[in-house]
Ligand binder design. Structure first.
Ligand code: ACO
Length: 403
């Protein structure tokens, strides 16, 4: 690792690294990824163990505080989060200002940014207690806002949080309950939701997390920073890939058409890529994809879609691609998005909500990274350099003489 800041101070030299493929922007103790080995650790704990044995709020505690909670710490944390699940009542009227057909991510960017206008105490980032309250508020209110964004776009009344339920069951209830019917969250679905939240909770310095850190480095309040992260996540190259993977599986449609698509993916003259394959960091199996695959099977079995043609296409496509020279040589493995789209669809979510669910899960990662940055004594405002390629100095030409 080269300390470029030191090199710059000594020589005036700086690096040119578009896409930040080889530049670390910070030190962090939160998440470790070994892309070659396919390892993902939150605070040292393997993602497989957390997803198998833990729950999402426990993961939130771990990411925020660095250790797994004791039973009493966990009970206290759960209670604090549930205390903050409601949003200011006036915010529900704020939603009425959006067009009915607004994309729920547009509603999320606006409504999360608007939290700064409702919780002034949490905008004082110099107070460690207020930073903690802001963090808990964000984790608690995101499912409520996400469910409201969904309900608004489908024209149904908002469902208020039920604090007796666990985090994921409460979220499913706020999304799917309707006043005319009794609602009970299906435990298989609620567990799948919780797992999806754990798998997406943090992924070190990805584009949206870097956006949150950069916004936060200027001292902007946490709600504004998270709104910036949501805006970045909205892009199809980041949070939107599971939707693209699902569309591709539907387009392939049947197992016998797979070879045609694999052939296209390998053709240098065809821009088509197999969606849900490959990753900037993982050059091995994405460990989250394996857990997602298992969760996908459980959900489809529960809803009676075990023989869903999309799943058959996915399994066969995975089998063919993993034994194909092209994919082996380029180290292209299925990523988390490959199975998450099918799973979320089977759980009843429309595709427009997929990225919103990702944002609900990633909020804890964003806020933990934001807190770590603010509490770092080395913290400076983020200010990348550029390689200027424009015109050299030239003199102003009056409009009347310009050609
Ligand atoms: N299908 C076919 N070929 C591919 C694929 C793919 N899905 N992904 C990469 N390749 C090939 C490229 O054509 C390139 O070939 P070349 O060396 O002959 O030029 C080589 O593999 C390397 O590809 P890059 O785009 O340079 O690799 P990078 O690490 O920058 O890209 C990315 C990673 C963007 C994820 C890419 O694999 C991709 O486009 N995948 C499909 C989209 C997708 O699933 N995105 C989700 C990412 S996970 C997430 O955001 C949570």
């Amino acid at each position: 690792v080269i300390d470029i800041a030191k090199l710059y101070a000594q020589t005036g030299m700086f690096t040119y690294d578009p896409g930040f493929t080889s530049t670390a922007s910070c030190e962090s103790k939160i998440t470790y990824i070994d892309g070659d080995e396919g390892i993902l650790l939150y605070r040292g704990y393997p993602i497989e163990q957390l997803a198998e044995h833990g729950d999402f709020l426990e993961t939130c505690y771990l990411l925020l505080f660095g250790e797994l909670p004791t039973a009493s710490q966990k009970a206290d944390f759960d209670r604090r989060v549930t205390n903050h699940t409601m949003i200011h009542e006036q915010m529900s009227r704020f939603f009425q200002g959006f067009r009915r057909d607004a994309h729920p991510m547009a509603v999320m960017v606006g409504s999360v940014g608007a939290l700064s206008a409702f919780y002034h105490d949490s905008t004082d980032i110099s107070d460690p207690y207020q930073r903690l309250v802001a963090s808990i508020r964000m984790i608690a209110k995101m499912p409520t806002l996400a469910a409201m964004a969904y309900k608004y776009t489908v024209g149904q009344p908002f469902v208020y949080p039920t604090n007796a339920l666990d985090y994921s069951s409460n979220f499913m209830k706020m999304c799917f309950a309707v006043p005319c019917e009794e609602y009970k969250a299906n435990p298989v679905m609620a567990r799948a939701m919780d797992r999806i939240f754990i798998l997406h909770a943090d992924h070190e310095q990805n584009a949206s997390t870097s956006t949150v850190r950069l916004a936060g480095s200027s001292g902007a309040n946490p709600f504004a920073c998270i709104a910036a992260g949501i805006a970045c996540l909205w892009g199809p190259a980041h949070g939107g890939a599971n939707e693209a993977a699902l569309k591709m599986l539907a387009e392939i449609g049947s197992v016998d058409r797979i070879p045609e698509y694999v052939k296209r993916a390998k053709d240098k003259n065809d821009p088509f890529r197999l969606m849900g394959f490959g990753h900037r960091v993982y050059k091995n199996y994405d460990p989250r994809a394996k857990i997602m695959q298992k969760t996908c099977h459980e959900v489809l079995a529960e809803v009676g879609h075990g023989d869903d043609p999309l799943l058959q296409v996915a399994i066969e496509l995975e089998r063919i691609a993993l034994s194909d020279e092209y994919f082996i040589e380029k180290k292209l493995y299925p990523n988390i998005d490959f199975y998450s789209g099918i799973t979320l669809k089977a759980m009843g979510f429309p595709t427009s909500m997929f990225t919103v669910l990702f944002a609900v899960a990633r909020t804890v990662g964003w806020i933990a990274q934001w807190k770590e940055m603010i509490e770092d004594p080395q913290q400076k405002i983020g200010r990348p350099r550029q390689l200027y390629t424009g015109a050299t100095r030239r003199d102003y030409v009056p409009l009347s003489t310009r050609k």
